[in-house]
Design a protein around this ligand. Structure first.
Ligand code: IPE
Ligand code: IPE
Ligand code: MG
Length: 233
């Protein structure tokens, strides 16, 4: 097995604390976090990681102040607008997972445009989790299977884990090999619950805006040391 993870998922946490430490607005922390996204993307390209899934906004994050939510949505739109040409240059294909219909219309349109523009790129796959919640995702998948049962096209006994997986937003994507969380919190916060069943977990105290080469390579080194047993040995 390769010692480089094929798929890295990241919980990009700590923008608020970073801003607080500096005595500046939370929105500034999020902006700095946006720069880190680019850094993480470049590090994945450099190390040959094929999939990068970033937790950018959770379903629960809608509960933050109106001001913070709108700052984040504006940033997302701007980020996509500014960075799509670079994604083209770097052969990056963009995907998004989550309840995308919840996003403000301008933002959703820009997202659709960027996804469409990059659809033939076959280098790194960048997956943005937006308005994403894993319980909501699994519930929606269960609902789709239930509809097929109701139609009479599916027998309950015939439902398999693969069928459930095929109805998640992540259908067709490999499961993450490595899950990184910044800012030290030892929790998953409703992220990819199904998909990380056998992912290796790595938590660093470094705040997301400060995350860079040193921490990224430390995570890769730690991953290479892990023995993945999948319950078998
Ligand atoms: C992560 O940073 C970014 C989002 C959740 C959008 P936070 O905003 O959660 O930062 P902390 O956890 O308050 O430091
Ligand atoms: C998880 O971070 C969501 C994202 C990084 C987008 P949160 O800051 O929202 O999670 P909690 O509140 O620490 O669980
Ligand atoms: Mg947080």
């Amino acid at each position: 097995m390769s010692s480089i993870p094929q798929h890295i998922a990241i919980i990009m946490d700590g923008n608020g604390r970073w801003a607080k430490q500096k005595g500046i607005l939370r929105a500034k922390g999020h902006e700095e976090g946006g720069q880190t996204v680019q850094r993480a993307l470049d590090l994945c390209l450099e190390h040959g990681v094929k999939w990068l899934t970033l937790y950018a906004f959770s379903t629960e994050n809608w509960g933050r102040s109106k001001m913070e939510v709108s700052a984040l949505m504006n940033m997302l739109e701007k980020y996509l607008q500014e960075r799509t040409p670079e994604m083209m240059e770097k052969n990056v294909r963009l995907h998004a997972i989550g309840e995308l219909y919840m996003l403000p219309e301008k933002c959703r349109r820009q997202l659709e445009q960027s996804i469409e523009a990059t659809r033939n790129n076959d280098g790194l796959n960048l997956v943005l989790a937006l308005s994403y919640g894993s319980r909501q995702e699994i519930t929606a998948a269960a609902r789709k299977l239930a509809e097929q049962v109701q139609d009479g096209t599916l027998q309950p006994q015939a439902i398999t884990p693969d069928m459930l997986a095929a109805n998640l937003y992540t259908a067709g994507m490999p499961d993450p090999d490595l899950l990184i969380r910044t800012s030290g919190e030892m929790r998953i916060s409703n992220y990819l619950l199904w998909q990380i069943s056998y992912s290796e977990l790595y938590v660093t105290d470094v705040l997301w805006p400060d995350f860079g080469r040193t921490e990224f390579e430390a995570a890769l080194a730690e991953y290479a040391r892990r023995e993945r047993r999948y319950g078998k040995r």
